[in-house]
Ligand binder design. Structure first.
Ligand SMILES: CCCCCCCC/C=C\CCCCCCCCCCCCCC(=O)SCCNC(=O)CCNC(=O)[C@H](O)C(C)(C)COP(=O)(O)OP(=O)(O)OC[C@H]1O[C@@H](n2cnc3c(N)ncnc32)[C@H](O)[C@@H]1OP(=O)(O)O
Ligand SMILES: Cc1cc2nc3c(=O)[nH]c(=O)nc-3n(C[C@H](O)[C@H](O)[C@H](O)COP(=O)(O)OP(=O)(O)OC[C@H]3O[C@@H](n4cnc5c(N)ncnc54)[C@H](O)[C@@H]3O)c2cc1C
Length: 667
């Protein structure tokens, strides 16, 4: 029975029953007690700061208020980060996630893409010129690449930058309606500069797409400059806090020095100097793709915290007539929907940690002049970005559904998380397109395998003997699970390659053969990413040092991740009789056992993510489990309840009750 003060008794019982120390698991997730302490310190700084609490809740704000309030919050965050000397990206990330949870920043693109692009693509002189202005917000910029007509196919962008050697300027133009920049974050009303991706023309030749710094608004009045038409694109599915914008450029002249020239150059006479690799200009997209993995993991983790705590508190339906109503977390169907997502949130966190480290290591190599790992970085970041945003977005929605009616209310906090995470499937490369980039890499690797060339370590599984059957026994060993995923991926890669080969043999061109095989190629890419994430999870629990009770619990969760993925995608695993029917039964039985095994630790697993209530902003996910009082308070705080009788009653309902409808004819 729930009490109305203190911690809900069901939730308290859950915490008593767990088999491991939650603090130990938090230490493992966040890489040590010092880092946990630091994260808590940063969260506390934000959650205890009265500044962030003075605004009305996000769900009660109009679009204009969402923008304005979020802008104030992020400018304040910017100021505080400077005062507190928070320079590490991880520190800023934790402070921000607590200060403005899931509120997409009106200066976010400035921080996440504009400044990093100058840092990575600018010359030393350009960095010296622009970075101090950008750091002090005198210049506020965005990354303006996507156009109304083209987002995916960036070589097809239509904006032009034509070099005029007489004046040593570039002339920027949006020659058609489809060429106008459309979607860039913060572009509509906030920014005064843009990094514009445009087709470079010099000496009468098209040299492909390049980045140009373009001032779009006056630095004093903030009015658009001559030749610039700019504005907000209007309300969207979410992202109300963000002024995604449109931009039309008409004969806008910028000095030659405004082309980002660290790698490609246009000399004064118009001579074009090529970069060492044309795709080096895509580096800022790779950075954000890498960051999206952690961002998506965090969204799913928070949704799991909310949904699992609520499932422990919520009781529904007497199990035997007249008996006590069960906690909904005890229904096997609820466990089947939630616990694999809990496991997925851990898998994605570890993938995000890996991705961040791999990004830092590889970009350091690239900056040192060694570009060898660029294709791997592109394939891994594109694949993990797509896989994580798909899995986590779908997972957040399932968490919402698992909360029944209350999940549909903004009081749950879940809709806000969902609309923040789901555009990650689209921006920074639409997910299907990203998976096809992975597939392109896989086909190259397959070609190498056929030629007997060496493969990078993470691709060596492709040489597995596809006639081999699974080693799975009742024990359901982790290595047999990894082998199953790698077997499926290797077979799907081979099948996709065979499909293309067959089409070529039937007289199709390589491009036609590719287009005729993209579904199979996508299957192969997804299977590859699934294998990659599963192996990473397994290696994390097997090879890392941690408390033995935590390790045992985390091993069950990891097993659940792997077994559930097989049972849900069974067709792909049994197509070549890799598993026989006895082994399938073993896996199905194991899945049910694992649900029961994880059940006593479910709340502890979500507590270990260590998200304060102020970050979750959820009546259902509160640490104390007092959900009903919170829902009641939330309802009472609705602006709709400020007056007992609304004006609309007198204006519309009352006359209608009296049969009077004249007010409509006035319209
Ligand atoms: C617990 C730990 C906490 C850690 C905390 C970490 C700190 C985190 C810090 C910050 C967190 C912030 C959180 C972030 C949240 C996110 C907020 C985001 C806000 C929204 C931003 C949105 C911005 C945008 O959307 S910008 C626009 C993005 N647009 C795209 O992505 C376009 C997609 N299209 C493409 O990329 C390309 O067109 C293409 C790849 C599809 C095709 O390109 P192409 O036409 O040029 O290709 P080709 O066919 O000519 O050539 C293919 C060839 O090129 C290779 N290639 C392609 N790309 C790359 C690359 N990037 N690098 C290397 N190589 C590349 C490809 O592999 C092919 O090679 P071949 O050898 O096969 O020919
Ligand atoms: C919230 C949000 C914020 C954004 N912020 C920015 C920003 O700051 N800066 C910026 O420049 N852009 C931004 N964008 C734009 C974003 O990067 C693009 O929308 C994205 O890259 C997808 O491109 P598209 O819209 O052209 O989709 P399309 O390419 O038109 O996709 C439509 C469909 O076609 C399919 N498709 C397209 N090409 C292929 C192909 N080759 N093979 C198979 N299928 C294909 C896709 O899979 C998809 O199903 C943002 C978008 C959103 C939603």
């Amino acid at each position: 029975m729930a009490t109305t003060t203190g911690v809900n008794s069901d939730l308290a019982k859950e915490r008593n029953n767990s088999t491991f120390d939650v603090e130990e698991l938090s230490n493992f997730i966040y890489r040590g007690p010092e880092k946990v302490k630091r994260r808590r310190y940063l969260h506390n700084l934000a959650t205890k700061d009265p500044f962030f609490r003075k605004f009305k809740p996000w769900a009660f704000q109009t679009r204009e208020e969402q923008y304005e309030i979020c802008l104030q919050k992020h400018l304040y965050i910017n100021k505080k980060c400077k005062e507190l000397n928070l320079t590490e990206p991880v520190d800023k990330f934790f402070y921000t996630e607590a200060a403005a949870p899931h509120e997409n920043s009106p200066i976010g693109l400035h921080t996440v893409m504009f400044i990093p692009t100058i840092e990575k693509q600018g010359t030393e002189e350009q960095k010296k010129r622009w970075l101090p202005l950008a750091e002090s917000l005198k210049m506020i910029g965005t990354y303006a690449q996507t156009e109304m007509g083209h987002g995916t196919f960036i070589r097809g962008l239509e904006t032009t930058a034509t070099y005029d050697p007489r004046t040593r300027e570039f002339i920027l133009n949006s020659p058609t309606i489809t060429s106008m920049k459309y979607w860039p974050g913060n572009l509509g009303k906030t920014t005064n500069h843009c990094l514009v991706m445009a087709q470079l023309y010099t000496q009468g030749k098209n040299c492909g797409i390049h980045m140009f710094m373009v001032q779009i608004r006056d630095l004093e009045t903030h009015m658009p400059l001559a030749g610039i038409e700019v504005g907000d694109i209007g309300p969207k599915f979410g992202y109300g806090t963000n002024d995604n914008g449109f931009l039309r450029l008409s004969n806008v002249r910028i000095p030659r020095e405004n082309m980002l020239m660290r790698y490609s150059k246009v000399l004064e006479d118009g001579t074009y100097v090529k970069p060492p690799n044309a795709k080096i200009a895509y580096g800022s997209m790779v950075l954000v793709r890498a960051a999206i993995v952690t961002d998506a993991a965090r969204a799913l983790a928070q949704a799991c915290v909310i949904s699992i705590r609520y499932s422990a508190v919520r009781r529904q339906t007497e199990v035997s007539p007249g008996g006590e109503e069960a906690q909904i977390i005890d229904y096997q169907t609820q466990q089947y929907r939630l616990f694999p997502l809990l496991a997925t949130s851990y898998a994605m966190y570890f993938a995000g940690r890996f991705m961040y480290d791999f990004y830092l290591k590889t970009t350091a190599e690239i900056e040192g002049g060694n570009l060898d790992s660029m294709p791997q970085l592109h394939a891994i970041s594109a694949g993990l970005k797509a896989f994580s945003s798909w899995m986590c977005s779908a997972g957040v929605e399932t968490c919402r559904l698992c909360c029944g009616g209350h999940g549909y209310s903004h009081a749950s906090g879940l809709p806000k998380i969902y609309i923040d995470v789901v555009p990650g499937c689209t921006y920074e490369g639409e997910n299907n397109v990203m998976m096809l980039q992975v597939a392109r890499f896989l086909m190259k690797m397959y070609g190498k395998l056929q030629n007997g060339e060496a493969l990078p370590t993470f691709m060596q599984y492709m040489s597995t003997d596809l006639n081999k059957k699974s080693c799975m026994t009742e024990e359901v060993a982790l290595n047999c699970l990894v082998m199953a995923y790698e077997h499926r991926a290797a077979r799907m890669i081979r099948d996709a390659a065979a499909s293309m080969e067959k089409l070529v043999q039937s007289g199709k061109s390589p491009v036609e053969a590719w287009n005729g095989s993209t579904v199979m190629l996508t299957w192969a890419a997804i299977a590859h990413c699934h294998a990659f994430v599963t192996k990473l999870f397994v290696e994390t629990v097997v090879k890392s040092r941690m408390d033995s009770k935590v390790q045992s619990a985390l091993t069950s969760l990891c097993k659940l991740y792997a077994v559930h993925g097989i049972v849900e995608n069974l067709g792909g695993f049994i197509q070549d009789q890799f598993f026989d029917s006895k082994q399938v039964k073993i896996l199905q039985k194991k899945l049910m056992q694992l649900l029961a095994e994880i059940r006593p630790n479910a709340v502890a697993f979500v507590d270990a993510f260590d998200y304060p209530d102020e970050v979750l902003q959820s009546c259902l996910g509160r640490y104390d489990g007092q959900v009903y009082q919170a829902l009641y308070d939330y309802a009472k705080s609705s602006p709709m309840n400020e007056k007992e009788v609304l004006d609309s009653y007198y204006k519309y309902i009352k006359p209608a009750q009296n049969g009077k409808y004249q007010q409509y004819s006035k319209l």
